[in-house]
Design a protein around this ligand. Structure first.
Ligand code: NAD
Ligand code: MG
Length: 404
């Protein structure tokens, strides 16, 4: 008999790759897990199908046009239409409601920051997939988790692996110091689709090639981030905040098979690793079931069929975005906000064929130079962070226009 808690869940970004995997895991546990609210920004017909299948009581859409589309798509004769709410404030209000125990923060980009922070401020169990929230506002976010008694469970596969390999004492959900006995965190990275592509061919790669990840199926933005390894850079910053780990004790290791999801190195020479299929339902099920282990639907990892595990050093000439991320973390929070914002703009321009793949790093670097050269304001509040994020986006958009 499972001791799993009854949970009523709000899935933010339910139509995305993480959202769909989350609904898949939840559907396997109808006796303990139920959906209270779902949100989506586009693909409103898919949202209506999800809400009807799960019996969601609330849905949150971006605007009035999306509300109409939702009503139009609602299957006639089905149970009552869910309450439809609109906009960012509705996301923040919904996660804080008493009915909600658990929030899956799976919106992509800094757009997910206000609602993820609101879930922490309301003291909920927060399953955090939205790494950009921690990159843009790590100290504010972690302070909020601590002060408001939230429970923070990392869903990003690397951080979930590290969480699983941490000593019990290091599992406090928002530590202020590195766990005792831990020497370093070893973050694994697949190296993405261009790990071995000739460097002189990178300037002509297409968005579809960049999104064709060898091991994982993900949203388009994070897929491009995996190709540039900016994703691993964001994850270094994410690990710094989640585990209170100094940057010089976080190492990135390329591991092309994506079966070792990350490792913790201890003072006594032990390295603990978490292995599994590259399927996000494993970390999602870990977060939903914690501290129990529950079925995720993921098959076994056949080690003998796999045969070997390879590890190599990342090359900063091939992956300049990784170097920029380490530099931003060393420089400070304003640089991390700018890194993330400039990347979101540059990746969007690349996906719309307005800049080349190899220009992404240049846009980020030039934006970082401009932002870190300006007098820095305090970044203690959400408003400060969002203002700097907006300013960085304007600068990055100008830089992209100059390249187009
Ligand atoms: P996705 O693009 O597949 O889905 C994004 C979701 O967010 C969609 O439901 C979309 O409607 C919603 N959304 C987009 N823009 C929005 C906005 N401005 N306001 C409100 N909602 C908005 O992305 P994904 O791959 O599921 O990734 C989601 C988050 O999880 C990202 O932060 C990503 O870095 C992180 N993550 C994803 C994976 C993965 O395997 N996909 C792994 C680790 C971490
Ligand atoms: Mg990851």
């Amino acid at each position: 008999m499972s001791k799993m808690l009854q949970q009523r869940i709000c899935v933010l970004g339910s139509t995305g790759s993480i959202g769909v995997n989350t609904l898949d895991v939840i559907a396997r546990h109808p006796e303990t897990l139920s959906i209270y609210a779902l949100s989506a920004h586009s693909r409103i017909e898919q949202l209506a199908a999800q809400a009807s299948a799960t019996g969601a009581r609330v849905v949150i859409v971006p605007d009035e046009a999306a509300r109409k589309r939702f009503l139009h798509a609602w299957p006639a004769g089905q149970h009552p239409v869910p309450e439809i709410r609109i906009g960012q404030q509705a996301l923040c209000d919904t996660v804080a409601e008493a009915e909600v125990t658990t929030v899956m923060a799976a919106i992509v980009g800094a757009a997910g920051l206000p609602s993820a922070l609101a879930a922490a401020a309301a003291g909920k169990r927060v399953l955090l997939a939205n790494k950009e929230a921690l990159v843009a506002a790590g100290s504010l976010f972690m302070r909020t988790v601590r002060d408001c008694g939230a429970e923070l469970l990392p869903i990003d596969s690397e951080h979930n692996a590290i969480f699983q390999c941490m000593p019990q004492s290091g599992r406090a959900t928002a530590p202020t110091q590195p766990a005792r006995g831990v020497r370093r965190l070893l973050l694994t990275a697949s190296g993405g689709p261009f790990r071995t592509t000739a460097l002189d061919q990178l300037a002509s790669v297409t968005p579809d090639q960049a999104c064709a990840h060898p091991n994982w199926t993900m949203g388009r933005k994070i897929s491009v981030d995996s190709a540039t390894m900016l994703n691993k850079g964001l994850e270094v910053i994410e690990a710094h905040w989640l585990f209170a780990m100094p940057v010089d004790r976080i190492q990135v290791v390329i591991h092309p098979q994506s079966m070792v999801h990350s490792m913790v190195e201890y003072e006594d020479g032990s390295i603990l690793a978490q292995l599994g299929q590259p399927d996000m339902r494993t970390p999602i099920a870990y977060g939903l079931g914690f501290p129990e282990r529950i079925d995720s639907g993921v098959g076994l990892l056949a080690l003998t069929a796999l045969g070997r595990l390879d590890f190599e050093e990342p090359n900063f000439d091939r992956f300049p975005c990784l170097r920029l991320s380490f530099d931003a973390l060393a420089t400070g929070q304003a640089a991390c906000v700018a890194l993330n914002a400039a990347n979101e703009i540059a990746v969007d321009c690349f996906l719309n064929s307005r800049i080349r793949y190899t220009e992404i790093a240049g846009v980020i670097e030039a934006c970082l130079d401009r932002i870190t050269g300006m007098p820095s304001t305090g970044l203690d509040s959400l408003d400060d962070v969002l203002a700097l994020d907006a300013r960085s986006r304007r600068i990055a958009a100008e830089l992209c226009l100059q390249k187009a």
